[in-house]
Design a protein around this ligand. Structure first.
Ligand code: FAD
Length: 479
């Protein structure tokens, strides 16, 4: 027998896009259900993405400061051999935060009156969703359910893009999921892809003592970073011990017992080389995920990259079905997914809702952090916009000096005529927090002078942001 239920809105996927949308919808008065086949709520981000990776990044940095000689430069004497890594506990700390946060989402569902179904959601019709039990998922629905609903929000997210010809076993050849749960620190970790995920995980294991080699097809790292920031980032990561092989094509990789053999080719010279690693991380990107959704049954359009096609108000061809997050256009980022979730629900409810795609920050949580928002120099040149640059190095910032953490700079790009801020690019300590100020400035159309005339607390790293703005339209004081 199939049970049935009725809702105003059914959200498929409980990742950052889906769970945030479901809570907002319930707050706006919709009888809301959210479906996820993973079990624990929170999607990729909370389970196998942003959250576990940031736990490993934070704790590996602490460890590295102790054993890498940094503590000693601060007058903190660490006796050789006294600091040890308990890798089991290190991983357990990560699992704890994942559990707390995914559990927290389920509590928020309860608090807001969202019905959470653990199961696979698929379309029967634009107004009917089937929920199927999923084997091995704790708390999953025991029998199939049919949900009648007025509205549907698809937020099924993304999955790891496979590398043609390379088989992921999540032991020796791993994806971003496997690398978050290794059993031991590999002696040699090789990474295919110098994007954010590859470089973050490379940073983690480099700090824990692995020999890390990053292979990248492009001649530069960091995907959409500003060119100057990307080359500085590479220089600093190299100084930390990460090896880079850029403009390098991976031809094949296969496991042979406990090692992985990798064949690469230099894209310029065509010279081939054989490499060996104990663990190979394949981090060449993510792709939209629609498996099991039965989207074809209601005729939803998918583009050549596998993304569900929508208009600028998240609409599909069915006026009651919208799509948000990684499964559709735009950068695959948790905060972008959340903004879309809220906007889509508001559009359902009131006809008004908006995401400013010119103001979505990106952060790489390496050390130092790299963060940017708005236009890069390259984009401004392409768009034919004349601009001015203001830069301020952290070595001239008093707080960074106190913290003995002075690598990097703030770079502000402003319109040459109006002096309005067009982009901010930061490499340095706490860049990921500092970029929020740039976002606020951008959103309110601030000029560099507007920011410069805001009183910033002393001594703080954010004074570097203020001074970079001063440098953009006039001159900085401390450099
Ligand atoms: P997802 O989080 O992928 O959630 C989709 C959910 O839908 C999944 O739980 C899935 O089980 C469920 N689902 C799919 N199909 C069905 C179905 N038919 N029925 C039921 N359920 C279904 N982003 C950042 O902004 N900052 C970071 O620091 C960051 N770090 C990352 C680190 C790693 C290692 C990875 C892999 C990603 C990281 N990301 C980061 C990206 C971020 O995780 C994604 O952008 C974000 O999770 C997208 O949210 P979403 O809700 O669209 O999709």
């Amino acid at each position: 027998a199939t049970r049935s239920a009725k809702h105003d809105l059914v959200v498929i996927g409980a990742g950052p896009a889906g769970y945030v949308a479901a809570i907002k919808a319930a707050q706006l008065g919709y009888n809301t259900a959210c479906i996820d086949k993973r079990g624990p709520a929170g999607g990729t981000c909370l389970n196998v993405g942003c959250i576990p990776s940031k736990s490993l990044l934070n704790n590996s940095q602490l460890y590295h400061q102790m054993v890498g000689g940094d503590a000693a430069t601060r007058g903190i004497v660490v006796t050789k051999g006294a600091v040890k890594l308990d890798f089991g506990k290190f991983m357990a700390a990560k699992e704890k935060v994942v559990k707390q946060l995914t559990g927290g989402v389920e509590m928020l569902f309860k608090k807001n009156g969202v019905t959470y179904y653990k199961g696979e959601g698929s379309f029967e019709s634009p107004t009917q969703i089937r929920v199927k039990p999923v084997e091995g998922v704790k708390g999953a629905v025991e029998e199939e359910l049919l949900l009648d609903t007025e509205k549907v929000l698809i937020a099924t997210g993304s999955e790891v893009t496979p590398f043609p010809g390379i088989t992921i076993d999540e032991q020796r050849i791993v994806s971003s999921t496997g690398v978050l749960s290794l059993q031991e620190v590999p002696k040699r970790l090789t990474i295919i892809g110098a994007g954010i995920i590859g470089l973050e995980m490379g940073s983690v294991y480099n700090r824990l003592g692995s020999e890390v080699t990053v292979l990248e097809y492009q001649p530069s790292i960091g995907a959409s970073m500003d060119d100057e920031v990307a080359s500085t980032t590479q220089k600093l990561l190299k100084k930390q011990g990460i090896k880079f092989k850029l403009a390098t094509k991976v031809l094949s990789a296969a496991r042979d017992g406990e090692v992985v053999n990798i064949e690469v080719e230099d894209t310029a010279s065509g010279k081939k080389e054989s490499l060996q690693a104990d663990v190979l991380l394949v981090a060449v990107g993510r792709r939209p995920y629609v498996q099991g959704l039965n989207a074809e049954k209601i005729g939803l359009e998918v583009d050549t990259k596998g993304r569900l096609v929508i208009d600028d108000q998240f609409n599909t061809k069915h006026e009651n079905v919208k799509v948000v997050g990684d499964v559709t256009f735009g950068p695959m980022l948790a905060h972008k997914a959340e903004e879309e979730g809220i906007a889509a629900v508001e559009l359902f409810k009131t006809g008004q809702g908006h995401v400013n795609y010119n103001n979505i920050p990106s952060v790489m949580y390496s050390h130092p952090e790299v963060a940017w928002v708005g236009k890069t120099e390259k984009q401004l040149k392409e768009d034919g916009i004349s601009y001015k640059v203001g830069k301020f190095p952290f070595v001239a910032n008093s707080r960074a000096k106190c913290n003995q953490d002075t690598e990097g700079f703030v770079k502000i790009l402003i319109d040459a005529d109006t002096e309005r801020i067009l982009g901010a690019h930061i490499i340095g300590p706490n860049a990921g927090e500092m970029i929020a100020e740039a976002g606020l400035a951008l959103e309110y159309g601030a000029s560099a002078e507007d920011v410069s005339r805001v009183c910033h607390a002393h001594p703080t790293l954010s004074e570097a942001f203020k001074e970079a703005n001063m440098a953009a339209y006039s001159k900085p004081i401390n450099f």
